[in-house]
Design a protein around this ligand. Structure first.
Ligand code: NIG
Ligand code: FE
Length: 413
């Protein structure tokens, strides 16, 4: 049950109380010539190889992995995805390439509604199979914890089916899943023009069942012009909080409605997207405890301007980065791509990006005490790279340099 890894040229621990704000994000807790000991799925020692040799006299008898030439980072936490869905929307991607916009496709009844129809028509078995394939791919990029949202049912049965599928996958697949209820992802056709009634349907009929079955810890809403406004969003978030959910918001993605500021005021764990967030909202995020979750691959896929990652960190925000993997606005969970964009276009250092993908991602899903860093007592989730330094991560632009992945102390990739 014991595993020992020594001579890690850069052991990137990302240690520290999460979420890390502003300047604290510059420190990735790097130990040179590092070593870790894993016992029963948890880290039992984290330090230098020299220190380890002093405390572990029986080192010769154990199975020891020599990681010379290979940097080690914590298992990554992808804190915002929509990875359970039926159907694909490759056609919409091509329309957008010809000049169509995400919102105009949605207004014509495509977009989220199109995935809603496909997901309502998908069996539990189909959702399980595609979900498993997607989790396998995430693992290949070093993702060991993922948040997944419902929101492609927007009816009682399908919302529960999506969440039950995630619960099952969490039991069967090595990747840990944190589930979020996103009933108000759009207004389904049967509730057209009746936004408040649809929110009440979620709060009164669906969410109590979600709670009863323990299917989701978080509640989320798509706060956006033409979807749910600030007033409806506040009403939903306050109702969700009363039901015992922790809160998240899709905020200021396409239009600045002040969603990020609202997220801070309503005590949300995270405010996500933030492409258009105003300086005023950024200042609120910096002062509050809400994690600013940036989804640069979505901006990339939509050809939209990137969130102000550099400015947010300089203002003192706790920034997390996630994929937003979904069938529409961002059909990728490519961590190498996300790292490249974050460094090159959001002007973040690789140390900041790693903190954003680990300890701050963990904080965005309330898992900062168990995952997100390599520290004694935490789950032994780590990624071995096939290069000696984290500086190869942005440099090997959009190429995957993951050599192997350990989850709960076991090599799973
Ligand atoms: O985070 N913006 C709203 N929700 C998703 C997209 C969902 C979809 O297009 O299917 C997002 O980008
Ligand atoms: Fe999203």
């Amino acid at each position: 049950m014991k595993k020992i890894i020594i001579h890690i040229p850069e052991l990137v621990t990302c240690a520290g109380t999460g979420p890390k704000h502003g300047k604290d994000m510059a420190d990735a807790g790097i130990i040179k010539d590092g070593a870790v000991v894993v016992v029963d799925g948890k880290f039992a020692f984290v330090g230098t190889t020299d220190e380890l040799k002093r405390v572990y006299e029986e080192l010769d008898e154990e199975e020891v992995i020599d990681a010379s030439g290979c940097a080690v980072i914590p298992g990554l936490v992808d804190s915002h995805t929509h990875f359970i869905f039926g159907g694909y929307r490759a056609d919409e991607f091509s329309w957008r390439l010809k000049g169509d916009s995400y919102m105009s496709i949605m207004e014509r009844g495509g977009g989220i509604a199109s995935t809603m129809n496909a997901t309502r028509g998908a069996s539990e078995q189909e959702l399980l199979e595609t979900g498993k394939e997607r989790l396998d791919r995430m693992l290949s990029y070093g993702i060991t914890t993922v948040e997944g949202k419902s929101g492609y049912g927007m009816d009682y049965e399908t919302e529960l089916r999506m969440l039950r599928v995630m619960k099952k996958l969490n039991q069967e697949h090595p990747v840990d899943i944190v589930s979020t209820f996103l009933g108000p992802h759009a207004i389904p056709p049967e509730y057209a023009g009746r936004d408040r009634e649809f929110i009440d349907f979620n709060l009164e009929e669906v969410m109590p069942k979600v709670k009863e079955e323990g299917l989701a810890e978080f509640a989320d809403i798509f706060t956006e012009k033409g979807v749910f406004g600030i007033e409806d969003s506040r009403y939903y978030l306050q109702g969700a909080k009363k039901l015992g959910f922790r809160l998240k918001v899709h905020a200021d993605e396409i239009v600045d409605l002040g969603g990020a500021g609202m997220a801070v005021e309503e005590g949300c764990q995270s405010a996500d997207h933030l492409l258009m967030a105003s300086d005023e909202s950024i200042a609120k995020l910096a002062k509050g405890s809400t994690v600013a979750t940036l989804l640069p691959a979505t901006a990339f896929s939509l050809g939209a301007p990137y969130a102000k990652g550099r400015e947010m960190i300089d203002s003192g925000c706790a920034v997390a980065i996630a994929s937003d993997y979904n069938p529409g606005s961002c059909h990728t969970c490519s961590i190498p791509l996300i790292i490249a964009i974050s460094c090159i276009y959001m002007h973040m250092t690789i140390e900041e990006v790693l903190n954003a993908l680990t300890i701050n991602g963990a904080a965005a899903v309330n898992r900062q005490d168990t995952v997100g860093s390599i520290e004694v007592g935490k789950k032994a989730d780590l990624v071995i790279l096939d290069k000696p330094s984290i500086h190869f991560l942005p440099y090997c632009t959009a190429m995957n340099i993951v050599k192997s992945v350990m989850k709960d102390g076991k090599f799973v990739f």
